[in-house]
Design a protein around this ligand. Structure first.
Ligand SMILES: *[C@@H]1O[C@H](CO)[C@@H](O)[C@H](O)[C@H]1NC(C)=O
Ligand SMILES: *[C@@H]1O[C@H](CO)[C@@H](O)[C@H](O)[C@H]1NC(C)=O
Ligand SMILES: *[C@@H]1O[C@H](CO)[C@@H](O)[C@H](O)[C@H]1NC(C)=O
Ligand SMILES: *[C@@H]1O[C@H](CO)[C@@H](O)[C@H](O)[C@H]1NC(C)=O
Ligand SMILES: *[C@@H]1O[C@H](CO)[C@@H](O)[C@H](O)[C@H]1NC(C)=O
Length: 447
């Protein structure tokens, strides 16, 4: 138990739990009401100073007692990008504006759920590492650190103890989300009931999960979208096959580089502002987050060392996980779909990890329900009477296509993304995961 003592001490040093001290320090740049409910550092081992930065926003208006209100955890992709992008540019309660101020986001995911952003792995965002060797090089190491951080977070307040936890994330988090979900379920099996992490489901937005299948789809996707011609399609397909070959030989690092080349070719052929959204005439502006979080008073408000240089994405973490990028975690999704709930969602305009890149690996899943899932009706999804996208589900697996959105889907469709996550978590509307409902006999064409 000696390690527990050193652990607690370490934890105290790293914890900035919204002490009144900070209220007096909030500034014009960071209004007091925009401060997270809790924020600071969660240690990941008792023996090092490595720690994961977190920002937690309690539900604004939960319809349940707080002790039963679901907790969402958000993980950014990269590898090495900071969840503060999600927080201040996508789905958090306050978004950074062009003039580097904060503005309320009516589509925040913390309207009726607690929302926890974790800068993971260590070295990303505000998270710190004691030695570069401690930065994870594979998904198991990422998950181990996350498990420690989540466990520590839940212990911060008794009100967190029994709340259902949903792990969510985007892009390369299509790797992290299954990895931590899988790790939790494996770990829970050997823990006392009181020590288990109360995992209720996982959600992946525009994710990279099964790269070998996914990388092979860019050419046809762009071709049938009208963005490239047949000769370009053939050229791109050749480059894609090279990536697949490298994956099959286990040349992981080379495979990651070769995928980068495929995407660069597609970029060069199309001249798009960004492959993240083929309708945009300018890239997403997540650099606003970097500029905002490097303001000294903002760092002070968040309890971060003012000499810390914040980057939206860390090259050091990117390099540590470079050889991991093309490794599949599909088997972990197969494990999770049998024991938990899985939501996949994509923005229709994303050419990186979009609709086609998701369908292609989902249909290869080894799961008893896959045939029923693939044959299930793709239902028209409306929010407040307006077309919002399409929902397809069978039992524990749900796939959503969100219209009018690219890769950073909650940025583009804030309110619809909120409606989606709320309805999926609460199993409302089209998200009830029931076997296909009986088709109404009434013609939809009748007046
Ligand atoms: C909070 O929830 C109540 C009950 O559903 C609702 O009437 C009210 O408008 C909500 N307030 C906000 C700020 O969302
Ligand atoms: C694949 O890896 C092997 C062993 O590391 C190496 O000898 C070979 O050159 C690599 N092939 C390519 C195409 O990178
Ligand atoms: C893309 O275009 C740039 C600029 O012309 C060029 O330097 C680069 O080599 C091209 N990349 C690929 C993969 O063709
Ligand atoms: C902040 O970081 C600097 C440079 O790494 C370090 O010298 C200083 O001790 C840190 N301050 C605190 C309060 O941790
Ligand atoms: C669907 O139809 C079947 C056969 O008519 C019936 O047994 C079942 O209860 C119906 N299910 C629902 C949800 O209405």
């Amino acid at each position: 138990m000696a390690s527990n003592v050193s652990f607690s001490l370490l934890f105290l040093c790293f914890s900035f739990v919204h002490f009144p001290l900070f209220s007096s320090q909030s500034t014009h740049s960071f209004p007091k009401e925009a401060l997270p409910t809790k924020y600071g550092y969660l240690p990941i081992t008792p023996t090092s100073t490595s720690a994961i930065f977190y920002a937690f926003y309690e539900a604004q208006n939960s319809t349940l007692p707080l002790s039963q209100t679901p907790l969402l955890i958000w993980l950014q992709g990269g590898p090495g990008c900071s969840s503060m992008i999600g927080n201040f540019y996508e789905l958090g309660p306050w978004r950074v504006t062009q003039s580097l101020t904060l503005q309320r986001n009516p589509g925040s995911w913390n309207r009726i759920f607690g929302l926890l952003f974790l800068d993971s792995p260590i070295g990303s965002g505000f998270s710190v590492f004691s030695t570069p060797e401690e930065i994870p090089k594979d998904q198991n190491a990422v998950a181990k650190h996350l498990f420690a951080a989540i466990t520590k977070f839940v212990q911060l307040d008794p009100v967190f103890k029994h709340r259902p936890i949903y792990i969510t994330g985007e892009s390369y988090s299509g790797k992290y989300v299954p990895a931590i979900g899988y790790y939790i379920l494996e770990k829970n099996a050997n823990l006392e009931a009181s020590e288990r992490v109360n995992l209720a489901g996982v959600a992946i937005g525009d994710g990279l999960t099964d790269p070998e299948n996914q990388v092979a789809t860019h050419a046809v996707n762009a071709y049938y979208t009208g963005l490239i011609n047949e000769r370009q399609k053939n050229e791109l397909e050749k480059a894609q096959l090279e990536v697949v070959g490298l994956i099959q030989m286990g040349n992981w690092s080379e495979a990651t580089d070769a995928r980068g080349k495929v995407l660069e070719m597609l970029q060069n052929m199309t001249g798009l502002a960004t492959l993240y959204d083929y309708t945009r005439n300018a890239p997403y502006e997540e650099d606003l987050v970097e500029r905002f979080l490097n303001i000294a008073e903002v760092k002070k408000a968040l309890g971060v060392n003012e000499s810390f240089v914040y980057e939206t994405c860390s090259d050091v973490v990117g390099a540590a996980l470079h050889a991991d990028v093309m490794k599949s975690v599909k088997h972990m999704v197969e494990y999770l779909v049998r024991r938990s709930r899985v939501l996949l969602y994509q923005g229709e305009y994303d050419l990186m990890d979009g609709v086609v890149q998701t369908e292609v690996w989902v249909k290869t899943m080894k799961w008893e329900g896959i045939v029923e899932f693939l044959n299930a009706e793709r239902k028209i999804w409306k929010v407040n009477g307006e077309l919002a996208g399409y929902v397809q589900n069978w039992k524990s697996l749900t796939n959503v296509v969100v219209l009018g959105a690219g890769h950073l889907l909650p940025t583009d469709q804030s309110l619809n993304s909120q409606a989606m996550i709320e309805d999926w978590v609460l199993r409302r509307g089209l998200f009830q995961n029931l076997p296909e409902a009986n088709v109404s006999s009434k013609s939809i064409f009748a007046e």
